[in-house]
Write a protein that binds this ligand. Structure first.
Ligand SMILES: Nc1ncnc2c1ncn2[C@@H]1O[C@H](COP(=O)(O)OP(=O)(O)OP(=O)(O)O)[C@@H](O)[C@H]1O
Length: 457
């Protein structure tokens, strides 16, 4: 148990909702003889452990209880029942600026905040310059916080929390409030803290940020912890929930709960694929140019085990495949060759402004790039019920060796909203073979040409 950083046990939170402000006063005068409020349970029986050095994402639809949970863990809100055990000093990038006194200057507020965070004046002085330089608010540091724009107050609040020593960092997606350069700076600080072995709890609506930053994630909906698993898997389920039609949500939530209970189908899809791939000897066949080279470019084991299908709304994607320029089905690709990603869509009803899309992702779910057949409003104006469309995307997978995943999606306008008529996540997988002659590093090959010459100076 020593390596547990945050332990949350059966945490529930009930807010008392008063219809009118005066009801609050009436309630205190009646001393419980009559209730003037309604109960609203924002969290129900949340339980999980976070280990030291882990980065955990919390994801969920609006109003699902994410911020409430973060505030309880950060100690700024008290739970109604259950327990939270924290081992280590916590810094929180939450309700920004809330800890500041508007009458005091930025400098004075740094001192006050530092003291609240348990630092003595010598420690605060040591960190002061770093905080001021991180905040980038110039001479405003000596002016009262009430004269700051909300962006400046945000920067200063972030700077204090980002710079103070801590073992646990709690981050709300308030990060999105700053400008892009400041956001990047905050992300770098979070990454640096992660590298140093810090524990991070991170709330976001951004699937890409969760997949990129987090080891595991928790999906919360209407105050209920639906599932905790690898971030990629949780994000897939979250996206499915977000795009589900209202009448399918209850059934989908039951499905997710049952995954949690059985632990079924779980996590290491890419590992399994990699293992299966290793056993096929494909690399050897390519290297030696054997006659069975072409058959070797299709590996029947290289099939995603966790394809996630959205609820369909009048269209069905089927028969997806990748073919090479000779039209042969493949899933072992060479980074510099051209391929076609093809799928078919059957329409069960007449659909408007229909567009088709594809997306390539890494094994950890990082979205690398894709395309759609047309922009919103420029799709096929009408596709009739019973029609079948063949969709082809040609592409050159300029990627480093490894396994990648393909999504497919059909968009259309339903009434006034743009919706997925069908969407398949991780529909296909493909493997890029190593290319020994390439100089590239990291994931995407930008065709960078290094050149080094000696010059006299
Ligand atoms: N102080 C409060 N009094 C009453 N209800 C509250 C209070 N704070 C939050 N709630 C309610 O609790 C629920 C959960 O809110 P919370 O802010 O935790 O959700 P969230 O998942 O962070 O939402 P979002 O993604 O929109 O930020 C919401 O229905 C919200 O209206």
């Amino acid at each position: 148990m020593n390596n547990i950083s945050i332990s949350v046990r059966d945490v529930s939170k009930c807010f008392k909702i008063y219809k009118q402000p005066q009801d609050r006063l009436k309630q205190s005068l009646m001393r419980g003889k009559k209730d003037y409020f309604q109960e609203f349970w924002a969290l129900n029986d949340i339980s999980f452990d976070i280990y030291k050095g882990e980065t955990i994402g919390i994801i969920g639809r609006n109003g699902s209880g994410k911020s409430t949970l973060l505030q309880i863990i950060a100690g700024t809100l008290k739970q109604t029942s259950g327990s939270v055990d924290i081992r280590g000093r916590v810094a929180a990038l939450l309700e920004l600026g809330s800890g500041f006194n508007p009458e005091f200057t930025g400098r004075e507020n740094i001192l006050m905040n530092g003291t609240i965070l348990g630092l003595n004046s010598a420690q605060i002085n040591e960190l002061y310059d770093e905080i001021v330089s991180f905040a980038e608010i110039g001479e405003f540091i000596d002016r009262p916080v009430k004269t700051y724009s909300s962006g400046m107050a945000l920067r200063l609040a972030f700077a204090v929390q980002a710079v103070v020593p801590k073992e646990i960092l709690i981050v709300d997606e308030a990060l999105a409030v700053g400008d892009e350069l400041f956001q990047r700076k905050c992300f770098l600080k979070i990454e640096e803290f992660k590298k140093q072995g810090g524990t991070i709890l991170f709330v976001s609506h951004s699937a890409a940020a969760i997949v990129e930053l987090c080891d595991r994630a928790i999906l919360i909906d209407s105050g209920e912890q639906l599932i905790m698993d690898t971030s990629k898997r949780v994000v897939n389920l979250y996206q499915k929930l977000v795009f589900a039609p209202a009448d399918k949500i209850a059934a989908l939530k039951n499905e997710i709960r049952s995954l949690r209970e059985t632990g079924q189908g779980v996590s290491q899809a890419t590992d399994r694929i990699d293992e299966a791939y290793e056993s096929t000897g494909i690399n050897d066949a390519v290297a030696s140019n054997e006659p069975n080279f072409k058959e070797a470019m299709y590996d029947p084991h290289l099939i995603p085990t966790e394809m996630v299908a959205y609820e369909t709304r009048g269209a069905q994607i089927f028969d997806a495949e990748i073919v090479n320029i000779e039209g042969e089905k493949v899933n072992i690709l060479l980074a510099d060759q051209k391929y076609i990603y093809r799928y078919y869509v059957r329409f069960d009803r007449t659909c408007a402004d229909v567009r088709f899309g594809m997306l390539i992702k890494t094994g950890s779910g990082l979205e690398l790039g894709g395309a759609q057949s047309a922009l919103l409003g420029r799709g096929r104006p009408i596709v009739d019920a019973g029609e079948v469309c063949k969709v082809e995307f040609s592409f050159t997978p300029r990627l480093t060796q490894g396994v990648y995943f393909l999504n497919a999606g059909v968009l259309g306008v339903d009434g006034t909203s743009d919706v997925y008529l069908d969407r398949r996540i991780d529909l296909l997988a493909f493997k890029i073979l190593p290319n020994e002659s390439s100089f590239m590093t990291s994931i995407v090959d930008f065709n960078v040409m290094p050149e080094v010459v000696s010059i006299e100076r």
